[in-house]
Design a protein around this ligand. Sequence first.
Ligand code: ATP
Ligand code: MG
Length: 267
Amino acid sequence: MGTAQINQTRLANEGESAVMTSGPIIEARDVDYSLEVAGRPLHILRKVSLSVAPSEVVAIVGPSGSGKTSLLMLLAGLERATGGSVVVNGRELGGMGEDDLARFRRHTLGIVFQSFHLIPSLSALDNVGLALEIAEPDLTMAQVRDKAAAALAAVGLENRLDHRPSALSGGEQQRVGLARASVANPPLLLADEPTGNLDQKTGAIVVDLMFDLARRNKTAVVLITHDPSLADRADRVFTMTQGQLTETTAPMATQAAARPARKSVRK
Ligand SMILES: Nc1ncnc2c1ncn2[C@@H]1O[C@H](COP(=O)(O)OP(=O)(O)OP(=O)(O)O)[C@@H](O)[C@H]1O
Ligand SMILES: [Mg+2]
C-alpha cells in the first residue's frame, strides 16, 4: 500500500484527529506519575519528557521497576499522568474522557505485548480481523478478511491463517500480535518487551519485522526492551532510571560491553 493510500486510510479513520504530519506524534512534557500506595505517595515517573517524530523508531531501556511500562501506559491513555502533559497525535490525553480515549486508542495506536494476548479460541486470521473490525467497523467481512490476510502475509504468516495460537510457535504468535497491532495502519506502535518470551534469535527476527513494517508504513514506534542489541536498531535510544528518562547517544551494545565503567552522554 502506498503512503498516500495509508494517509487516506488514516484520515478516513481519524475524523477530527487525523494524523498530523507536521508535529511530533508524541510530545510528553515534564510528565509526573505518582500513585498512593498504603497511604504514602509513590513517585513512579519524574519530569519525563519525550518527543517522537512521525515515523521515528525509538527504544527505551532501563532496569526493572524503573517506570518503562508506566510511561507506555500513559502514552496509550490507559493511565493518567499526575503532572505535565502527554500529547499524542496532536491530542492532549489529560483532557480526554474515557470514551474519547477509547476512540483515540482504536485509531491511533497498535500495542504489542510481551505475552502476546491473542484470543486462544480464534484463528490467526480472526485474531487480526477482530482488531480491524473494532478499529474500522464499516468494513465488509470480505474487506476485513482480505486486510487481515494481507497483514499476516506481511509478517510471513500467509500459510498460518487458520492456525489457533496454541498451534503456533512463540515467534509466530508474536508475529500475529504484530499483524494485529498494525492491521489498521495506526500512526504509532507501542511495544512493551515484545521479545521477552522469545529466544534471542526469534526476538531479533520479530523486532526486525516490526521495524521494517514501521518504516514501510511510516509508523512511529516506541519499543521497550532489555536487549541492547535490539535497542541499537532504533533511530534513538532512551534510558529510564528510577523514573527519569534520558537520551543515550552511545550504542547500547557498546555500553553493555563496557559496563561497569559505563559512560553515557546525556542531553
Ligand atoms: N498500580 C501500581 N501500584 C503500585 N505500584 C506500581 C503500580 N504500577 C507500577 N508500580 C510500581 O512502579 C514502578 C515502575 O513500574 P513499571 O512497571 O513501570 O516498571 P518497568 O520499568 O516496566 O519494569 P520491568 O522492566 O520489570 O517491566 C515499580 O516499582 C512498580 O512496582
Ligand atoms: Mg515493564
